[in-house]
Ligand binder design. Structure first.
Ligand code: FAD
Length: 455
């Protein structure tokens, strides 16, 4: 029987709660939908002027291009103008709201579309599930703290009014984790005379015209930005931790991009020395070195802390045992396919809050977390990789475990196969993987399944 596209109507009511969702990005939107489907009463707080979170592109950048000044006005989005998704749309979309190709002047029907199309998809999602009614735009949560008795005070301020305190049964944190730059330690950087920028503040290549640029990082945005910058720069030198020795040197097919090992040190005369012994005199360093988790509004009396990018202790990256289920987090895992994972986390939270799904006891959750931390230590995984689910395809086991808790079907096999196929394709065709691929059979499987969802 075809699975029907379900609108945001309240389904069987268990114990309805009054829930504050912080953030209206992909995580907050799907959390709101799942909570409302379960019958909860939801308010979504969003400090921006529209829904979509990271996918709301802006030309605005921060006053401190490397994000060290704590007083700077934070710009949320880290998107650059030329960004296209690094995941194919079929696997990227929510499970029951396929990210379909839409024809039309304003639409981008490519398989790996531009960021503008992702924003439209999220806006469509919010409209189709009538989530906008629950969203308070221009409203920043400045404090969310647990009170005696277990209720939560949420203090918000908006452009329309000063701070207001409200009481909620539960708080779901969906504030994103791609807006607080993380910088590497580079010996000599304080007296290096050139300019610096974190990729958070990269929008277009123009500022790099005729410059010698060193770009640090090996992940997707480093690959994209180095190619973008190379269209105008004199030279681009990419320093990455994981470059194979035979790949060091000039990038094949490019006359102004070089690959290097990591930076060893930088010097007052502008020199950047790499660990492989090479050196260049550079004008600019661009740090594509990732982001930090931050929850400046959250007061848990130190029950939840952030230590070296480990947010913890959290049961399955979602619930702090001592405050479960009244505090939860959507979206902490990385190196994952985010939207469907957020969807499952949200279903789990909604079901647990209504008492439809049971959590283990606090002690059992703590034991599980301790065993998880021990397993990370024994495999020499750094603490900072606690929420990295990219290893050994851990995200699929994780998704399927949550799906089982929720009583919904496991993740479709084609999603995992497509993820593997895309990762391989990106390695072999780093320049063209968004336009050339070999997994049309998987696209067909996805489309056959999408036919079950009515829009
Ligand atoms: P966000 O989208 O960051 O949303 C968080 C929201 O919370 C924001 O709207 C913010 O304004 C709001 N907020 C924060 N603090 C407060 C507060 N105190 N009060 C009120 N509101 C608050 N994913 C993919 O699936 N495919 C891709 O191709 C892809 N490419 C990416 C490229 C880049 C450069 C980056 C940075 C990320 C990319 N991602 C990609 C990951 C992307 O971030 C996730 O897909 C997803 O959009 C994250 O959603 P989120 O809801 O967790 O966070």
């Amino acid at each position: 029987m075809p699975i029907k596209f379900i609108m945001a109507t309240a389904t069987p009511l268990f114990t309805p709660r009054h829930v504050a969702v912080i953030g209206a990005g992909a995580g907050g939107l799907v959390a709101a939908r799942e909570l409302r489907r379960e019958g909860h009463q939801v308010v979504v707080f969003e400090r921006g002027d529209q829904v979509g979170g990271s996918w709301v592109y802006t030309t605005e950048v921060e006053s401190d291009p490397i994000g060290l000044d704590p007083k700077r006005r934070v710009v949320h989005s880290s998107l650059y103008n030329s960004l296209r998704t690094n995941l194919p749309r079929e696997s990227m979309g929510f499970r029951d709201y396929p990210f379909r190709r839409k024809e039309g002047k304003e639409r981008d029907s490519r398989r790996f579309p531009s960021h503008r199309e992702v924003l439209k998809y999220l806006q469509d999602f919010a409209a189709d599930f009538e989530i906008n009614d629950s969203v308070r735009l221009h409203t920043e949560v400045v404090y969310a703290g647990v009170e005696e008795g277990g209720k939560w005070t949420v203090r918000s301020k908006s452009i329309h009014r000063d701070c207001v305190d409200e009481i909620y049964d539960a708080v779901v944190v969906c504030n994103g984790h791609y807006f607080q730059p993380r910088l590497p330690h580079i010996p000599g950087i304080n007296s290096w005379p050139g300019k610096q920028m974190h990729s958070h503040n990269y929008r277009t290549p123009e500022p790099f015209q005729d410059q010698v640029v060193v770009l640090i990082g090996g992940a997707a945005s480093a690959v994209d930005i180095s190619r973008d910058v190379a269209t105008v720069a004199k030279e681009v030198h990419v320093a990455a931790r994981t470059v194979e020795e035979d790949k060091l040197g000039k990038l094949p097919g490019r006359d102004n991009i070089w690959l290097h090992s990591m930076i060893d040190s930088v010097h007052e005369d502008g020199t950047v020395v790499f660990l492989d012994g090479n050196a260049v005199i550079a004008d600019f360093i661009v740090h594509c070195t990732g982001y930090k988790y931050e929850f400046p509004f959250l007061e848990t009396n130190r029950v939840v802390t952030v230590d070296d990018s480990r947010v913890g202790p959290l049961y399955k990256h979602v619930f702090p045992p001592a405050l479960a289920p009244w505090l939860s987090f959507v979206g902490l895992p990385w190196k994952v396919v985010p939207f469907p994972l957020f969807e499952l986390q949200s279903k789990w939270i909604a079901g647990v809050l209504s008492n439809r799904i049971a959590l283990p006891s606090e002690e059992e959750m703590i034991e599980d977390i301790e065993a998880f931390y021990l397993s990370l230590e024994s495999s020499c995984t750094p603490k900072s990789h606690t929420h990295n689910l990219g290893m050994n395809l851990a995200q699929w086991d994780y998704n399927n475990w949550i799906a089982a808790q929720c009583g919904v079907s496991a993740m479709e096999e084609w999603r995992q196969q497509m993820y593997i196929a895309t990762s391989k394709n990106r390695l072999t065709r780093p320049e063209t993987y968004r336009d050339e691929w070999d997994d049309d059979d998987l696209v067909l499987q996805a489309e056959q399944e999408f036919a079950n969802y009515e829009i």
